[in-house]
Design a protein around this ligand. Structure first.
Ligand code: KG4
Ligand code: ZN
Length: 350
């Protein structure tokens, strides 16, 4: 089964062709991505209107390259998938409309993929991880702990009450005058910093659920920084190290609780899976290893290029759905908001 996947929900324009074999194994035939980092850098964050325009300008070429590199003709495809949300609506419309056009012209099934579902299923493409598993999804827009029990069967165990972890990294970087995106910059600074210099809060630690809250941590960091102005290089490094350590501690505490909830409801997970850009952070990875070890399960972290937004994950989620006969009609609507728990209602079984 060959599926083309298109991703345009945020600031990456991406297209990929993925093969799903009958035994459920996957293979990436091409995975083309163009990041809009340069367009947004001056603004310290993604500007929705600029993002939508940039997607329009390059998507047809990105799709052509994905098909070319995979050496696949449109007629040979078994389905066309696009992320139909959640995300910045202008970009989502560009990707979904393009996928609809390709599907219609070539008389192929259309699969409207939930972007979060695509992150959730990536471990099955890279590692053939069997259901059920526990997913820690931490990106610029989302921080969730999910029980992944099957295609289309996701149970939210914990969610952030305010900022996402990646967002907190980005805001910290902006506050300290580091570049965008902030996560990698903060991690780099933290290497030379003292993680114990500032006593930052560990929001919700010890609480009897798996929720996250990052906004109090962000405020505490801002107050410490304001107290020190002008900041020396060492101040910046120490602030970054202390912030990152607080996030690591919070992740440890919240994920332990999330896995406990998982076991109580669904038994032992087959893996702890990490997804989203934050999983690229080495300190976070280390703590994920520790939690998986404690819980007697394995840690699956897809390669960084597949943890962050990409077309292959959309194509793969499309293939998994197509294999079950889950396809969409051509009038399927793009969605800015689309929680994973709502996934069932949108798809008709054919
Ligand atoms: O999954 P992703 O590429 O895009 C979405 O948000 O969907 O995640 C990007 C986020 C950004 O907030 C970025 O700062 C964060 O992931 N990130 C990191 C690191 N690399 C990326 N956060 C912490 N440490 C990193 N090394
Ligand atoms: Zn994402």
């Amino acid at each position: 089964m060959l599926v083309l996947g298109i991703e345009t929900t945020c600031d990456e324009t991406a297209a990929a062709v993925v093969e799903r074999r009958d035994d459920g194994r996957g293979k990436i035939l091409s995975n083309i991505i163009r990041s809009q980092t340069n367009e947004h850098a001056a603004f310290g964050g993604v500007v929705p209107e600029i993002a939508a325009r940039a997607h329009v300008e390059v998507l047809d070429r990105i799709v052509a390259r994905a098909m070319q590199e995979a050496d696949v003709a449109f007629e040979a495809l078994d389905g066309v998938a696009a992320a139909a949300g959640p995300g910045l609506i202008g970009g989502v419309i560009v990707g979904l409309t393009t996928a609809k056009a390709i599907a219609m012209v070539n008389a192929k099934p259309l699969i409207a993929v939930n972007h979060l579902e695509a992150h959730a299923l990536t471990a099955r493409l890279t590692d053939a991880t069997p259901f059920p598993y526990c997913l820690f999804l931490a990106s610029g827009g989302h921080t969730q702990i999910l029980a992944v029990r099957g295609v289309g069967d996701y149970v939210l165990l914990g969610n952030t009450m305010d900022d996402a972890i990646g967002e907190a990294f980005d805001k910290t970087a902006k506050l300290l005058g580091l570049g965008y995106p902030g996560g990698p910059q903060v991690e780099k600074e933290a290497v030379n910093g003292n993680p114990e210099r500032f006593a930052l809060p560990r929001p919700l630690a010890g609480r009897n659920d798996a929720a996250f809250s990052l906004s109090g941590l962000k405020t505490a960091l801002r107050l410490e920084a304001q107290r020190l102005v002008p900041l020396s290089d060492q101040d910046v490094a120490d602030l970054c190290a202390s912030f990152q350590q607080a996030v690591v501690d919070v992740t440890l505490d919240r994920l332990r609780m999330g896995l406990r909830l998982f076991r109580e409801r669904f038994g032992n997970p087959n893996a702890l899976v990490a997804a989203g850009g934050v999983a690229a952070n080495q300190a976070i990875r280390k703590v994920l290893h520790r939690i998986a070890f404690e819980c007697g399960t394995v840690l699956v972290v897809p390669p960084a290029a597949l943890c962050t937004d990409n077309g292959a994950m959309i194509a793969w989620a499309g293939a998994e759905r197509l294999a079950l006969g889950l396809v969409d009609t051509i009038d399927v609507a793009p969605r800015a908001r689309w929680p994973l728990e709502d996934i069932g209602g949108l798809h008709a079984v054919t």
